[in-house]
Structure formats: C-alpha cells, structure tokens
Design a protein around this ligand. Structure first.
Ligand code: GDP
Length: 331
C-alpha cells in the first residue's frame, strides 16, 4: 500500500490499529512522522479518531546518561512485563537523532530480546529537527500504541538539553537511571533531573560493584531528602539493581505500580494527565507561532531589523513585540 493510500483511508487504518495489527500501526506512525501537509492532516484526523481508545497505558519515562544501561534495562524490564502478560511499546525522544542518524534506538540489537518479542513494539525516535517537533510526534505515536492495545509505553531519552523535561511531561512515572562512580551523583543534581524523578535507580549493582552502587544510592537518598517531593503522596524511592543479571528489575515495576495506586487514589494521576494535555496544547501553539515567525521571509526580515533596533537601544523590547504581534495579525 502506498503512503498516499494510507493518508486517505483513515477508517481502515484506525480499524487495523484497534485490532492490534503491527504493520498498520507502523505505517500509521510513519504518517504521523511525515511533514507533508496532506499527511499531517490525515494524521491529525487519525489520532483524533483513536483518542477514545487511547490513554489506558502506564506511561513510563526512562532517562540516563549514555552507557547508564537504558537499553539493557528496557530489554530486561520489557521482557519481564511481556512475561507477565503485558504488551509493551518502546518509543524514544532523541532530538539529536536527525544529526547523528539515530543515536538511540537506531539499532534494534540494543534490545535483543525485546525486539524479537511478539508482545513488544519498538520504534526509534522521530528524527525531525526541534525537540518540540520530535516530542509532539512521540506523543501522537504513544496514543496510537495505546489504541493498539499496548498497556505499557516506555519512552526513552538521553540526558541532553530539555529532552528529559519533554519526556517527563508526557509520562506518568519518570525513572532516572544512574551508575555509581561516574561522577553522576553531582551531575544529576546539577542538571535538575533529580527534581523530575519519580524514582532513581542505580544500575550495574552486580559483581564488585554492589557496594559502590549502594553507597551511590545512599547519596541520592540524602539528596532527595532535602528536596520537597512533587507529591505529598509519593516520595521518590532510590534503589539498586542490575539490568544485566535481572536482579531488582521486578522491583522497578513494583514501584511504578505503587506510585500509580497512590496517585490514582489521591486524584493526582488524572490531574497530571490533564495538566500535561493542556501544556502540550500551549507548547504546540507556541511552536506554531514561532514557526510562522521563522518561516515567513518577510516577517523574518522585519523581525531581524527590530532585533537590531532593540540591540542598539533605539527601540524598547515592548514596542518591538507590539510590531511583531501586529505582523502576526494579533491585535
Ligand atoms: P545505554 O547507552 O544507556 O542504553 O546503555 P546500554 O544499555 O547500552 O549499556 C551500556 C553498557 O553497560 C553495555 O556494555 C551493557 O552491557 C552494560 N550494562 C548495562 N547494564 C548493566 C548491568 O546491570 N551490569 C553491568 N555490569 N553492565 C551493564
């Protein structure tokens, strides 16, 4: 089937996704990722159509520095979950992938077991430019996966720039992976990742490394103690585990379930999802307005002149904004 055919046949695509057909899901994601205007329109209609069937998954964000063991962890955790009878989708937000040709999830051998698992679906990061664009596509892809019956959606990201915030903003539980002895203890704190964490898990607690991992976990625990938790119903735990041996991996999932139960009961789960939707709406609107500023050559030229005038102190920023707003047709 050609891409144009999919773009037209939204009903059949939606039916195929609801029936859990992987090939249809994969093609629909390609549609969502396309930048062609007619594909965008079809993708919007498709996602809207599937919205009532989406939203039921546990959305799990995972971050960690390169080498922390994200793919090994997702392979182990995902296989554990499919063994428990769950269907697992693995997505990624990697805004650098357009430059590097796909640094994360580019290679399915990173998740050897899961990529062979009929109950798992792995999709590399969309590779289109800005973080906002990549994140929006991953969100839509997540909805499609949920409509296809995946009841755990794992979204992976590397610890660069704002990608962690973007993933924390689209997931229910944000798991931060660390390893002992890489100077991570302080790095993590500096970057503010710890504030986003619903749990910190110190990986590679195996062999000679068990003690060091425990010490690192103690340091994180101390660091978390001085932070005010995001929720009065959840204090982010710190654990050690080994993705390689699988020891402690089921405990990661048990924490996710405990968190889900606590926040569902307090009403925070629903509130967090609603707030995420609203934030997403505004982010997209802002991106759209900014895209207009950048793409229209006439406006871009004017904006550059105004910028020059502001820099030289000839024009106040307020008046520059007034003029730009007028160009955009804002009153
Ligand atoms: P990623 O870059 O965060 O996805 O990290 P990977 O999952 O690719 O792991 C990086 C390296 O660490 C690989 O060589 C893994 O085999 C190794 N690794 C991952 N988890 C563990 C673990 O639990 N114990 C040990 N000893 N090595 C691990």
């Amino acid at each position: 089937m050609s891409r144009d055919k999919i773009a037209i046949d939204i009903d059949a695509t939606a039916r195929g996704i609801r029936a859990g057909e992987r090939a249809v899901l994969a093609r629909a994601i390609t549609l969502v990722e396309s930048t062609r205007a007619d594909h965008r329109a079809a993708a919007h209609a498709l996602v809207q159509d599937l919205l009532p069937a989406a939203g039921n998954a546990v959305r799990l964000g995972i971050t960690g520095a390169p080498g922390a063991g994200k793919s090994t962890t997702i392979d182990a955790l995902g296989s554990y979950l499919t063994g428990e009878g769950r269907k697992v989708a693995v997505l990624a937000v990697d805004p650098s992938s357009s430059r590097t040709g796909g640094s994360i999830l580019g290679d399915k051998t990173r998740m050897a077991r899961l990529s062979m698992d009929p109950h798992a679906f792995i999709r590399p990061s969309p590779s289109s430019g800005t973080l906002g664009g990549v994140a929006a596509k991953t969100r839509e892809t997540m909805l499609l996966c949920e409509a296809a019956g995946y009841d755990v959606v794992i979204v992976e990201t590397v610890g660069v720039g704002q990608s962690e915030t973007a993933v924390a903003d689209m997931t229910d539980f944000f798991l931060v992976l660390m390893v002992a002895g890489a100077g991570d203890e302080l790095q993590g704190l500096k970057k503010g990742i710890v504030e986003l964490a619903d749990m910190i898990a110190v990986n590679k607690a195996d062999g000679d490394n068990v003690e060091r991992a425990k010490i690192a976990a103690g340091e994180y625990r101390a660091a978390l103690n001085i932070l005010k938790p995001q929720s009065e119903h959840w204090s982010p735990p710190v654990s050690t585990y080994s993705a390689l041996t699988g020891s402690g991996v089921p405990d990661l999932w048990r924490a996710v379930e405990r968190h889900r139960a606590a926040l569902t009961q307090s009403g925070e789960h629903a509130a967090r999802r609603s707030a995420q939707q609203i934030k997403w709406m505004w982010t997209m609107l802002e991106d759209r307005l900014m895209a207009r500023l950048r793409s229209d050559p006439a406006i871009r030229g004017e904006v550059r002149k105004l910028e020059g005038a502001v820099a030289a102190g000839r024009l106040t920023p307020t008046l520059a904004v007034e003029q730009i707003a007028r160009m955009l047709g804002l009153p």
